[in-house]
Write a protein that binds this ligand. Structure first.
Ligand code: NAP
Length: 471
């Protein structure tokens, strides 16, 4: 390859990690890098669209940064094209000098306890996808007729779902919550959500703003038992950081608050682990919890250790918010133990640790499901630095057909209904227009066929590549 030739890079996945990687690659001073981004859905943004809670519109405004990346003439978006369904790794090796996997961690971690599969017990990730209108989750049927729901886990997802279950309809109605969820939540009978943490307030994984906003909800009392949190705080945690200190302060403040007599309640419980989900006629009716003690391991890390003490909380809905889990991609080395693509700081490795030339990874499928959206910017920079180093050292793939026209024609043959960036912009305009009369940011399309119809009306279909505007 000539020193002036374009370097063609495929990014698989259009969430924050994929977009930060694309942005960093296109910012390379050589100006030789071109990026084709592949996304299995017709819509981009990954968890910014389908994970961030609808009542957090400011967080979603990060997409403006990604829109700038998408506007670069060296960027093309191929929506509705799935790795493993429409193209495979071999196709990518044939057409690109490098591949960046940015597929996230779409699965959920199971609890591994009896009763987990009862009706009414769900991974929180399903509930999140459902209220955010993700096409894979739109048809799920959450029975919200019960009075009490239990959320297992003490991370930000646990607080997101607790809030979504208790926000007043007037608060939700101005958001982009999917219409099916908005209707269902309006009719919901849930009055109390119990959030169960296996460790104490100082070890909770949620962050300060998310804890504080619970106390600012219109018609919700936040209930914390002072005895329960003080018992957990009696064990000193050497790893306590400023976030944990502020969480403790916030929880003590909730514990001392007088109840407002609100129509809904969020109860934050600590030092309790689910032992079994109890059910009748196949449907969950409660959670059997054990009380835990905090015992330091050899590194001083406080671990939850079960005692003999048990209690049952009645509940008709259980959401398990104990973390996400990565999924293997066909042909790409996968570390089953950590549920991640095997990698060395972003360079994909085989299972013996040897680098695979030209294959890279970013985001949650690289480092695990942790951190906030911005964490992916730095994470992607690390991988892009590795790519640039490898380019300088001549360690790239040698694709047989790197010309952009060839891959484009192949994609059109395999997926005539692929969605270009213009197609997505059409969906975006359409959704925003639907939301306008009711003052909502958008009304989300949740059906793939409908998205494809709207996109097709917006993107030229029979023009040659140079005028196709497949950015
Ligand atoms: P997370 O932050 O890793 O929290 C998982 C929670 O589940 C922890 O409290 C963990 O407790 C608990 N857990 C794990 N296994 C358990 C078990 N077997 N039994 C009981 N509890 C168990 O995960 P997440 O809430 O899914 O969030 C993922 C990432 O997305 C996080 O980085 C989060 O901050 C981010 N996020 C951010 C926002 C936001 O900024 N608003 C919103 C949503 C998500 P231990 O600590 O004891 O392991």
């Amino acid at each position: 390859m000539n020193d002036a030739d374009p370097i063609r890079i495929a990014v698989i996945g259009s969430g924050p990690a994929g977009f930060y990687a694309a942005g960093h690659l296109l910012a390379d001073r050589s100006g030789r890098i071109e990026v084709d981004m592949f996304e299995r859905l017709p819509t981009p943004w990954g968890l910014v669209r389908s994970g961030v809670a609808p009542d957090h519109p400011k967080i979603k405004s990060v997409t403006r940064v990604y829109e700038k990346t998408a506007a670069d003439a060296r960027f093309r978006f191929y929506g509705n094209v799935e790795l493993g369904r429409d193209i495979d790794r071999e196709d990518l090796l044939e057409h690109y000098h490098a591949i960046v996997y940015a597929t996230g961690t779409p699965g959920d971690r199971p609890l591994g306890i009896p009763g987990e599969d009862l009706e009414g017990s769900w991974p929180a990730t399903d509930f999140v996808g459902w209220y955010n209108g993700h096409p894979d989750h739109k048809d799920l049927d959450f029975d919200l007729t019960c009075e009490r729901a239990v959320v297992i886990g003490n991370g930000n997802v646990a607080l997101d779902v607790a809030r979504m279950l208790t926000l007043a309809h007037s608060e939700l109605a101005k958001t982009d919550t999917a219409d099916h969820a908005l209707e269902s939540l309006e009719r919901s009978g849930v009055k109390e959500v119990v959030v169960v943490g296996r460790r104490g307030p100082a070890q909770a994984a949620f962050t300060n703003p998310e804890l504080i906003e619970l106390g600012e909800m219109q018609d919700v009392d936040v209930i914390v038992d002072p005895k329960e949190i003080e018992a957990a705080l009696a064990i000193e945690d050497p790893n306590m950081d400023p976030t944990a200190e502020r969480n403790v302060k916030g929880l003590r403040e909730y514990a001392s608050r007088a109840r407002k007599g609100s129509s809904r309640r969020i109860v934050l419980r600590f030092l309790r682990s689910p032992v079994e989900l109890i059910g009748e006629e196949g449907k969950v009716t409660g959670v059997l919890l054990c009380k835990n003690e905090l015992i330091p391991d050899e590194h001083g890390h406080l671990r939850a250790t079960a005692t003999e003490e048990r209690e049952t909380i009645e509940a008709g809905l259980v959401l398990r918010a104990v973390g996400y889990r990565g999924k293997a991609l066909p042909g790409v080395p996968f570390d089953e133990r950590r549920s991640l693509i095997s990698n060395d700081e972003g360079r994909v490795t085989d299972l013996d640790g040897a680098h695979l030339v030209g294959e890279y990874v970013v985001g949650w499928i690289k480092r695990g499901p942790s951190g906030v959206i911005g964490t992916n910017k730095k994470d992607a920079q690390q991988t892009v630095n590795a790519i640039l180093e490898d380019i300088a050292a001549g360690k790239l793939l040698s694709p047989e057909s790197p010309e952009p026209e060839t891959v484009h024609e192949m994609l059109l043959r395999r997926r005539p209904d692929l969605v270009s960036y213009e197609g997505w912009e059409g969906i975006d305009r359409h959704e925003r227009a639907l939301g306008e009369p009711s003052g909502r940011p958008r009304v989300k399309l949740t059906d793939i066929d409908e998205m494809l119809r709207v996109a097709a009306a917006e993107q030229p279909s029979d023009e040659p590549l140079d005028t196709l505007g497949l950015r």
